[in-house]
Design a protein around this ligand. Structure first.
Ligand code: HEC
Ligand code: HEC
Ligand code: HEC
Length: 378
């Protein structure tokens, strides 16, 4: 009895052992199979994400994530410091008032949560061989300063700081040589209350004040600085925002484009803003597209005096021609779009007396001249 009991015990133990081994084996296979399935799913996600990325993001962040209008995303520091959840929500809701649109359907964007998860996986797989991208250091720019000046100061201090009714010329090199940078910065921050100059400290960022500082430095040297005119870019950005259901960003851009714009365009833009405020984003979008197709749009009245100033000597006071061709009427003007004509004025016609006007005419002025030339074609 003892003997046979022991026999059973041993075979029982052996059997259990066998079962354990088999179970373990199955378990390991199962785990491997599951890992494989997860990997396949990941791969599928990454591939789906790649499609979304190329279609929706590459335009601003670069095909290889190297950056462009938007920052580089194939950036080791960014990827290491940004958890999945943060990437997900940044993409889903966008970054308000910046160029980064909202993408999630909840925010009126085109991407489902699943699409966003895929694009996050796609961005994430760059981490293995991402480079460390160092942000471009901020360098104050007089051209950006001129743009801020036109938006914030021109109304009281005149075009290019030349002064107006209540204010002196602040672009005068002799006067500026007696003014330290510190004094100018301090007036911008704290204003000049006793003389009616408002404080800008909270409105302008330190970078913007530095850009304005660079503008004053240029004026002190007697230079004239042209504002970087990015109205065409603002229009394109506003259209993009509206196409993605982001009315707030569209408004910010149009409000910026309105500053200092010739009245003809100003009226169109104001009308678009009214539409947006009233929730008619479709008609705003249509109007923006028309404006973009006709860009640059200008003011014929202002163009008339520019013509007298810059063109009359060669083309005749009524466009009857002389050294230059007859412009009233003119087929070249009729056959070309505003954009093509603007390009023509910027580059001129090589080997002829029709030189480039890019140093003599601002972007707005070119728009005004084109509007004026069109009045001669009717
Ligand atoms: C119209 C241009 C544009 C498009 C299109 C765009 N982005 Fe952006 N994106 C930006 C800009 C500009 C920023 C930086 C915003 C700021 O000033 O903080 C940004 C920021 C980001 C950030 C945060 C980066 C950081 O440094 O914190 C992520 C992540 C991002 N974008 C992902 C995407 C993805 C994914 C898509 C496509 C679904 C996309 N972006 C499409 C312009 C764009
Ligand atoms: C609402 C009108 C208004 C706006 C907007 C305005 N200023 Fe002034 N500013 C004045 C007045 C008024 C004075 C004092 C009169 C004078 O000195 O010409 C002044 C004075 C100044 C002075 C000192 C001149 C001096 O006599 O010492 C500087 C520099 C200046 N402003 C720069 C700026 C800059 C830069 C901006 C834009 C960020 C700006 N201002 C916007 C009205 C304005
Ligand atoms: C120094 C003389 C001169 C000035 C100043 C000048 N142009 Fe011209 N322009 C010419 C000449 C010459 C041509 C013809 C070039 C050629 O032979 O193809 C021309 C050609 C043109 C044409 C193309 C016409 C065609 O049928 O090909 C346009 C449009 C034009 N000019 C507009 C202007 C405007 C607007 C201004 C003022 C901003 C201006 N030009 C200033 C000399 C001048």
């Amino acid at each position: 009895m003892n003997e046979s009991y022991r026999h059973y015990l041993w075979s029982g133990l052996g059997l259990s052992f066998l079962v354990m081994v088999v179970l373990a084996y199955v378990g390991v296979r199962q785990a491997r199979w599951m890992a494989q399935a997860a990997q396949d799913l990941d791969l599928e996600r990454v591939q789906k994400g790649r499609v979304v990325y190329v279609q929706q993001c590459a335009g601003c962040h670069g095909l290889q994530g190297q950056g462009g209008t938007g920052p580089a995303l194939r950036d080791r520091t960014l990827l290491a410091n940004t958890p999945e959840g943060v990437l997900f929500s940044v993409i889903r809701s966008g970054i308000p008032n910046r160029l980064m649109p909202t993408w999630g359907v909840e925010y009126g964007g085109p991407l489902t949560d699943e699409d966003i998860r895929s694009v996050v996986s796609f961005i994430r797989q760059w981490e293995k061989n991402a480079t460390v991208v160092t942000a471009e250091p901020f360098v104050p720019s007089p051209e950006r300063g001129a743009l801020i000046y036109a938006a914030a100061c021109e109304i009281c201090h005149g075009v290019d700081g030349a002064g107006a009714d209540e204010t002196r010329a602040i672009n005068d090199p002799f006067w500026l040589q007696a003014q330290s940078d510190e004094r100018i910065q301090s007036i911008m921050r704290f204003g000049y209350p006793e003389k009616g100059m408002p404080a800008w400290g909270d409105v302008l960022s330190p970078d913007q004040r530095a850009d304005l500082g660079a503008l004053f430095t240029a004026w002190r040297k007697g230079e004239r600085v042209q504002a970087v005119n990015n109205r065409a870019e603002l229009l394109a950005g506003a259209i993009f925002s509206l196409e993605n259901g982001d009315e707030q960003s569209a408004r910010v851009r149009i409000e910026r484009a309105v500053y200092g714009v010739p009245s003809a365009v100003g009226q169109i833009l104001e009308k678009i803003l009214l539409d947006l405020r009233a929730g008619n984003s479709q008609s705003a979008l249509d109007a923006l597209r028309t404006l973009q197709a006709d860009w640059p749009v200008g003011d014929a009245g202002l163009g008339a005096s520019l013509f007298v100033q810059h063109c009359k000597t060669c083309h005749g006071v009524d466009g009857e021609g002389g050294l230059g061709k007859q412009l009233q009427p003119n087929e070249f003007v009729q056959e070309n779009t505003n954009a093509k004509l603007a390009e023509f004025f910027r580059t001129g016609r090589a080997g002829t007396a029709m030189v480039s006007f890019s140093n003599r005419l601002k972007e707005d002025e070119i728009g005004n001249l084109i509007a004026f030339l069109r009045t001669w074609q009717k």
